[in-house]
Structures are given as C-alpha cells and as structure tokens.
Design a binder for this molecule. Sequence first.
Ligand SMILES: [Mg+2]
Length: 214
Amino acid sequence: MKRYASIVFDADSTLAGIEGIDWLASRRGPGVQEAVEQLTAQAMDGTVALDDVYARRLALVTPTALDLRALAHAYVAALAPGAADAIAALHAAGVEVHVVSGGLHPALLLMTRALGIADRRVHAVHLEADADGRYESVVPTPLTTQDGKRLVVESLNLRRPILAVGDGATDLAMRPAVDDFAAYIGFVRRDAVVAGATLTLDSFAALVAHALSA
Ligand SMILES: [Mg+2]
C-alpha cells in the first residue's frame, strides 16, 4: 500500500522547526544572529546560492562541541508534530527513509536516532575542528552547494519511486533526481518552492496519508 519505495527528508524547518545554523548564531549575540538569519533566509528562498553563504555563516558562528551538543537537544525539542509517528509508519510499511541535509551532521544524530532512522541513512555536513576545538571548516561535500542534495540523492541509488520532502530551494533542487517533490509548509512556506513542487504538505499526517495510500 505504499506509493514510494524511498523517502528523502530535509532536516531544518522540515523534521524540526529550527534552522540549526541560525540557532547556533543566536548564541553569539544579536549582531551575528541577524547576519546569519538573513543569509539562511536568502539561501532557502533561492535568492543567493548556498555555496556563497555556507562558509560565511560558519565563520560567523564557529561552533564548539558544546554548542553542537546543545543544538542536538534543540532539534529533538523542536521535532515536527507527528514526525515520529509518521516515520514509524513509513518504516513499518517498508519505506526506506533517508535524511539529506545541509545541516551539521554531529548535531542531527540525536534527532534522527529518536526517529528510528539508521545513522547510515543520515547524510549531512561533517566538520573539522581546529586546535582550539572550534569548528570553522567543513569536510568538503556537495551538501554545502545549491545543487548538492541532487548529487547526493543520485549517488545513493535509492529504490524508486522516490519522494523528496523539504521546505527550501536546495530541496527543490532534488526534483530532477526524484519522482515527486513535496514542499513541506508546516513551519515555513516559500512560494518559489511551493511553485516548483509536485505537491504541498502542511503536516506529517498528510504525508502519511499521501505516501501510504496506494
Ligand atoms: Mg530546510
């Protein structure tokens, strides 16, 4: 009774109602917070390329291991209503669930484990610590680029049909590599993303109703 063999989820503003990098920036004071939030919003609206803002945001924030642990708990606290039940239902139906995120890998695992998603199915950005234990640079990955999620999805060779679910322009970029793209508007509605989507979902209950109908 499942419509898709594989479903790919965005993390920030989809599985959880925060943008991780913005949350970290809020711990650096209002100036940094405002600058980072502006860059994130522009990247997710698609008005600037993620490639252009990723390093700048990270340099402004330079998180520590302690910051990343706090963010991990913030993700769990901000989980989307119904997300855990939805993913349990998808797993029970035999759907392969992946997370493809431009967020920071070490901060996502507490949430994805709480959702029952295996670590090997969580694809996100890994960080390199400097001598002071601050994270200023990333391990090179397509996920810091505008079109990177598409490249990662293609490289996974997922069973089809594939549904991708997300709120941002970098999620919509997966559209050519998947069978359907759902704009998730439970937290943020971005008109350009909705316009390019196959369907729009305002809740995880609606996602289950769609994905497990026929
Ligand atoms: Mg997002």
